[in-house]
Design a binder for this molecule. Structure first.
Ligand SMILES: *[C@@H]1O[C@H](CO)[C@@H](O)[C@H](O)[C@H]1NC(C)=O
Ligand SMILES: *[C@@H]1O[C@H](CO)[C@@H](O)[C@H](O)[C@H]1NC(C)=O
Ligand SMILES: *[C@@H]1O[C@H](CO)[C@@H](O)[C@H](O)[C@H]1NC(C)=O
Ligand SMILES: *[C@@H]1O[C@H](CO)[C@@H](O)[C@H](O)[C@H]1NC(C)=O
Length: 498
């Protein structure tokens, strides 16, 4: 860790010791008044996981529409064809958000709903859908935070140029982004270019578990797990940089908004906290996950540790590109859910991450095999971002946990009990408060997610919602106990916030 190198072991030991002995009474209370003035609370969603109406209203197909219709790739063989039908129910959903006493809604635009072929002709019916959604949000004083790309590449561009694999995608993406700024920029003040490039590069091109389902044969029909994740990430980073440049030159002054990018990372904890080797490996995992995207954006190049490990499989920026990528953010969005141990496999010598130490999990288990409940990881990760990137403006753009589907015969009132979600949100938000006390510049927090929804490769087998969706009865929405919890803690009181 950077801080480790600078101030040395002794000071760090004191720091950790003092944190451990903070008594329970001194921990900040998780409620609106404990956060800085103007701190934004919201819920996050994504087009493919929510909208449905996959073939309605003139929308073109995306790679997710195609992928989910391949037999056997989604748990339970579900698709996002209908998802939770937000395309038709957005007016109700906006009220559900308002009822939580939240301030903002993070959603993504479906690129092929606006440009069915990716470029060229505009589908005005799709444009009007987002016009109405934004109208409804603003009428209720809810601030829209728009993600331009949450994984639904137009299938037409996948077919014609290979989607993110082609450098030509940069031009197509910036045209799409330009349309969005022109149309909605007068009313939308927070833009996020990409959601989790790391996830779609990894699951889409390394493991093949997400669209477009590419990885090295024979596991996938086509792809190259050693090269493609880096190529698609590179083109996405360039698309981000050119889009931010365009926004700043042509829109920012008149529209008075801000633009950033959302990256995701687990926190990596050295398996043996006294081992310099494990500390080093944990640091390299953070650089390899978060630094992969944030180092170019803050420093103009990929981390040296990635270059060392990947050599020529990692693309390079020209001097001109590096200059454009560097500084291409007004804020950084962080999606965080879980933590892992980092160590070396004694047999193979490889750096590995694992959730278990001597058979004991790093934190509470959830139905998602990648998600362990480690609230302190939130504070540590936000601290790492603050340290490494010199205190940037941060929004936590996703955080939350899932539960499995319960026994269908259980009464509805019991289906809505989610004490483990309330505990999770409480503990993680408390660690956001601690990170703010550590002087991280955090401006907002978005819960994942407003409703139960289509969770990519695991379909509807897990539930991430604050509201329950009854998939068997016309997708009716009901508040879980966590909805009442958010209502309470986010209530605006007459006490002026700090
Ligand atoms: C999903 O589809 C695959 C392939 O067609 C089939 O083998 C499997 O039984 C299906 N699963 C369910 C839950 O329907
Ligand atoms: C992936 O690309 C690398 C670099 O071009 C090459 O060495 C390797 O053989 C390729 N692997 C596959 C599975 O095509
Ligand atoms: C780390 O080293 C210190 C000082 O030698 C020792 O007190 C502590 O128990 C060690 N911790 C672990 C996890 O081995
Ligand atoms: C270390 O690698 C060996 C050989 O691949 C494997 O069998 C073992 O499970 C690995 N250990 C851990 C802790 O991952």
């Amino acid at each position: 860790m950077a801080i480790f190198k600078r101030v040395g072991v002794v000071l760090i030991a004191i720091l950790f010791a003092s944190q451990q002995f903070v008594s329970a009474e001194e921990l900040p209370i998780v409620e609106r008044a404990s956060f800085p003035k103007d701190f934004v609370f919201g819920a996050a969603t994504a087009a493919y996981q929510y909208e449905g109406a996959a073939k309605e209203g003139g929308k073109g197909l995306s790679i997710w529409d195609t992928f989910t219709h391949r037999p056997g790739v989604i748990a339970g063989n579900t698709t996002g064809d209908v998802a939770v039908d937000q395309y038709h129910r957005y007016a109700e959903d906006v009220w559900l958000l308002k009822d939580l006493n939240m301030d903002a809604y993070r959603f993504s635009i479906s690129w092929p709903r606006i440009f069915p072929k990716g470029v060229g002709e505009v589908n005005w019916e799709g444009v009007k859908y987002y016009d109405s959604l934004i109208d409804h949000l603003l009428e209720l004083n809810l601030e829209p935070y728009i993600t331009l790309y949450h994984w639904d590449m137009p299938q037409a561009l996948e077919d014609s140029i290979g989607g993110w694999l082609s450098p030509d995608i940069v031009d197509a993406f910036t045209r799409y982004a330009r349309f969005c700024f022109e149309r909605w920029g007068p009313r939308v003040k927070h833009w996020i270019t990409f959601n989790e490039i790391h996830s779609f590069a990894g699951a889409g091109y390394f493991s093949g578990e997400h669209a477009p389902g590419r990885c090295s044969p024979p596991k996938c029909a086509a792809g190259n797990s050693s090269t493609e994740p880096y190529i698609v990430s590179h083109h996405a980073l360039l698309s981000h940089a050119y889009t931010v440049d365009m926004y700043r030159k042509e829109f920012k002054d008149s529209q008075n908004g801000v633009i950033g990018i959302t990256a995701d990372s687990s926190w990596y904890e050295p398996m043996d906290s006294n081992s310099t080797s494990d500390q080093q490996i944990a640091q390299e995992f953070l650089e390899g996950q978060l630094g992969w995207y944030l180092d170019p954006i803050f420093f103009g190049d990929y981390p040296a540790s990635m270059r060392k490990g990947l050599g020529s499989n990692l693309p390079t920026f020209t001097a001109e590109e590096a200059a454009l990528v560097k500084g291409s953010q007004d804020f950084v969005g962080i999606n965080h859910y879980s933590s892992m141990y980092a160590t070396r496999n004694e047999t193979t010598g490889e750096s590995i991450q694992t959730a278990y130490k001597d058979g004991v999990a790093i934190g509470g288990e959830t139905p998602s095999p990648w998600l362990f409940v480690v609230p302190s990881g939130m504070r540590k990760l936000l601290g790492w971002v603050r340290e490494r990137y010199n205190s940037p403006i941060i929004y936590v753009t996703e955080n939350g946990r899932d539960e499995a589907n319960k026994d269908e015969s259980m009464p509805l009132a019991d289906q809505l009990k989610d004490p483990e979600r309330i505990q999770y949100y409480h503990d993680y938000m408390q660690n956001v408060l601690l990170a703010i006390q550590d002087e991280a510049d955090i401006r907002g927090y978005f819960a994942w997610s407003l409703l139960d929804n289509f969770e990519w490769a695991v379909g509807t087998t897990v539930r991430f919602g604050i509201y329950y969706v009854d998939y068997k009865n016309d997708l009716a929405r009901y508040p879980k106990d966590s909805a009442h919890w958010f209502q309470q803690i986010l209530k605006k009181t007459t006490d002026s916030p700090k």
